[in-house]
Design a protein around this ligand. Structure first.
Ligand SMILES: [Zn+2]
Length: 293
């Protein structure tokens, strides 16, 4: 009974708590980056503890020589790729945003709307291009070479949320950051979005026995996302949503069979990729030279 209650309440409880703390932090004047880092770090601790207390699969808690690689991916993507993008393009985007505001003679972002509504708009709008980019990353062979790094993991746990090829990560960052900056979204809604995305992304991959029931129609969480990581390709061609299940529902790729991914597990069916970070970064460029498993 206790485990069942935790399975149902853990994700919505931690997500709402994280968003509430984010609001509090920005309202007392803390910098956006500090608030996002502190709240996401607290969520990581809670998720890592929950993986031990109510694991979805006990054996997925055993490291397979992947923790070091996934940690490097997480640090490179979260600290490196984002900062590099900011250094190269943020100034020009902000300038363009000011020119757009001048041209239209008004603020483009509806900053007077309630923050939960602004957050919902950001999530729904940015998830549409991300949905198609993700779907095409599975359907276009050249894009798949890069996205396959994310799918090469043989177990699901929270740190998989960071395992992306840096170019794949950059491609998935652009549809979020460009519209947010161009439209002039305020620091509060940006902080709320990045906390939502971070907490949801880690829960999506976490080895926690979550049961969301009807909330699976809103969030493409672990029960859906495990199917997306299924080794069998026909199972994996579904649930492309990043922060919201809406676009999978609209385009007919929402899928949650009654049985969970237990058949032949998660990972790549047709090849084995290098296990170390630099091997994975190089993998898309030496794709044809790698032996298919
Ligand atoms: Zn994918």
């Amino acid at each position: 009974m206790f485990r069942r209650s935790v399975s149902i309440l853990l994700f919505p409880g931690i997500l709402l708590g994280a968003l509430g703390l984010t609001l509090l932090g920005t309202e007392i004047g803390l910098a956006r980056g500090v608030v996002v880092f502190a709240v996401v770090t607290a969520a990581i601790i809670a998720i890592a503890v929950a993986e031990r207390l109510i694991p979805y699969r006990v054996e997925w808690n055993e490291p397979r020589g992947d923790v070091r690689t996934d940690t490097i991916h997480m640090l490179v993507n979260q600290l490196g790729v984002g900062r590099l993008f900011e250094a190269i393009a943020l100034g020009a985007l902000v300038e363009l945003s000011l020119q757009l505001t001048d041209a239209f003679g008004r603020e483009l972002w509806p900053s007077g709307w309630p923050l939960p509504l602004q957050l919902a708009v950001v999530i729904v709008v940015t998830d549409l291009p991300r949905y198609w980019l993700h779907r095409l990353s599975h359907e276009v062979p050249l894009l798949w070479r890069f996205h396959a790094i994310h799918h090469s993991t043989e177990r699901l746990y929270w740190l998989n949320a960071g395992r992306f090829h840096p170019l794949d990560e950059l491609a998935h960052t652009l549809p979020v950051v460009v519209p947010l900056v161009l439209l002039g979204a305020g620091p509060e809604v940006q902080a709320l979005y990045f906390v939502h995305s971070g907490v949801h992304g880690m829960f999506q991959h976490a080895n926690i026995d979550v049961r969301l029931g009807p909330l699976n129609w809103i969030w493409p969480m672990a029960e859906l996302h495990r199917w997306h990581h299924a080794r069998r390709l026909e199972d994996a061609a579904a649930n492309f949503g990043n922060n919201v299940a809406l676009w999978d529902l609209v385009f007919g790729t929402w899928r949650m069979p009654a049985e969970q991914v237990r058949h032949d597990g998660v990972g790549l069916a047709d090849r084995e990729l290098p296990r170390h970070f630099w091997g994975q970064v190089a993998a898309p460029f030496r794709w044809d030279r790698q032996d298919a498993a």
